[in-house]
Design a protein around this ligand. Structure first.
Ligand code: HGY
Ligand code: MN
Ligand code: MN
Length: 423
């Protein structure tokens, strides 16, 4: 066993399966089991950040649900959870998603892929399916970057696409490092990093996810196969000036970093609107110290920018950076820019995509602007995605939705895909 991996088949807080009795539930029933966990009364929706109480509760729930189904539960070196249908092994067909959320997010982004995986396993078990290839569910840790800023930490660490030293030093809003939070949640951060043994077991990865746009509404179809994920990244602009008293500092005497920060936000809209298909967002702005009667000494502005090729997202960010610098200079402030994460185009395996499409009765094929652990995995193993229609077209907000009938359909189709790939 690789140091750091924990086999949790026996013992632990969750009771082991009663021999011969396996739980069975639909994906909708499983979603209902967790619909109170991490409900955010202040923001609406759900806030389920990595290594917090709500996320820990969801991890416990997953362990319990997996054990109740007789699955073998493991935690890999990077805090990702695994549940194996039979014996763990190489060339596995792996499905799954994540359980963490953005602040005030929807109920489906992530959990839908996890509950439909469990329910698909139930369908397969009920029909007496015996896989020829190992079959597993994975729950990746910290997909959204909602707490530490950088997304897909579990899959990036596992694949070695992010240096563990960088991940461990990331800080949340309270100054807690990722390493400290991981340790407090019972993990061993000194073991975090590329895990060739775990990665080497994945033969094929299929992630089912709620659609985060309107593609399937327009096509009037319940399910799509993913084609690719467009390049996307996050940049942190740190504007610094002179903190001071709001009542005694005359307007001409100020070096207020909030001014260039505000100008940057309008520059983001202006620059992105001029580039076809570009999307650029400031969804998070953090003034230090953040008091009504205090001129800030620092403002951190997080930019999320995405642009399909042949567009160049780095060129777009360079243009925004120029405008931010000019605005900072005018106010006698400084600005430092740091790329926090970047993921180039993730093209899903064309052969696997076409196989899935054929299995699913010529399901439509859709690109997406949303990032996923599947984008990270796609560089290493044949990877595919399935999208379930979202009738609101809204995501990362409480209005995100999927019809129960579409969820059941997606689950049955996921079971069909797993049966075909692993059978
Ligand atoms: O931000 C994203 O694209 C994803 O939903 N994590
Ligand atoms: Mn998301
Ligand atoms: Mn997601």
């Amino acid at each position: 066993m690789v140091s750091g991996r924990r086999d949790e088949t026996v013992g632990g807080a969750v009771p082991a399966r009663v021999p011969g009795v396996a739980a069975r539930a639909s994906a909708n029933e499983l979603l209902a089991e967790i619909d109170r966990v991490g409900a955010d009364r202040a923001r609406g929706g759900y806030s389920r950040h990595v290594f917090t109480g709500a996320e820990g509760e969801l991890r416990e729930w997953f362990r319990g649900a997996a054990r109740a189904r007789g699955l073998t539960v493991e935690v890999d070196r990077n805090a990702n959870l695994w549940a194996w249908f039979g014996a763990p092994g190489a060339d596995a067909v792996v499905t799954g998603s994540h359980l963490d959320s953005v602040p005030g997010g929807g109920a489906y982004d992530g959990p839908l892929g996890v509950v439909s995986a469990l329910a698909a396993f139930d369908l397969l078990r009920a029909e007496g399916f015996v896989p020829r290839r190992p079959l597993a569910i994975v729950v990746f840790a910290e997909e959204e970057g909602g707490r530490f800023g950088v997304p897909c930490l579990g899959s990036r660490l596992l694949t070695g696409t992010l240096e563990p030293e960088r991940a461990l030093a990331l800080r949340d809003g309270d100054g807690t490092t990722f390493a400290e939070a991981a340790r407090a949640a019972g993990h061993a951060p000194e073991h975090f990093g590329r895990d060739s043994e775990t990665l080497g077991r994945i033969g094929t990865f299929v992630e089912l996810h709620v659609e985060q746009g309107r593609g399937l509404i327009h096509l009037d179809a319940p399910l799509a196969v993913g084609s690719n994920i467009i390049p996307h990244g996050r940049w942190r602009f740190t504007f610094t000036g002179q903190g001071n008293h709001a009542g005694t500092t005359l307007m001409d005497d100020r070096h207020d970093p909030m001014l260039p920060a505000a100008q940057m936000i309008t520059a983001v809209r202006e620059s992105a609107a001029a580039v076809r298909e570009a999307r650029a967002t400031v969804g998070r702005l953090v003034p230090t110290p953040g008091g009504t009667n205090v001129i800030a000494s620092q403002v951190d502005v997080w930019l999320d920018a995405r642009l399909p090729e042949p567009g160049n997202v780095h060129e777009l960010v360079a243009e925004i950076t120029e405008k931010a610098r000019a605005a900072a200079e005018l106010e006698g402030c400084a600005v430092a820019v740091r790329e926090e994460s970047y993921e180039g185009t993730a093209a899903f395996d064309p052969e696997l995509r076409d196989r899935l499409r054929a299995m699913l009765g010529n399901a439509p094929v859709l690109p997406t602007g949303a990032g996923h652990d599947a984008a990270v995995l796609a560089r290493f193993v044949p990877t595919a995605m399935l999208y379930v229609r979202n009738p609101t077209g809204i995501s990362h907000a409480p209005e995100e939705f999927a019809e129960p009938a579409d969820i059941d359909h997606g689950t049955a189709e996921l079971a069909h895909v797993l049966r075909t790939l692993a059978g």
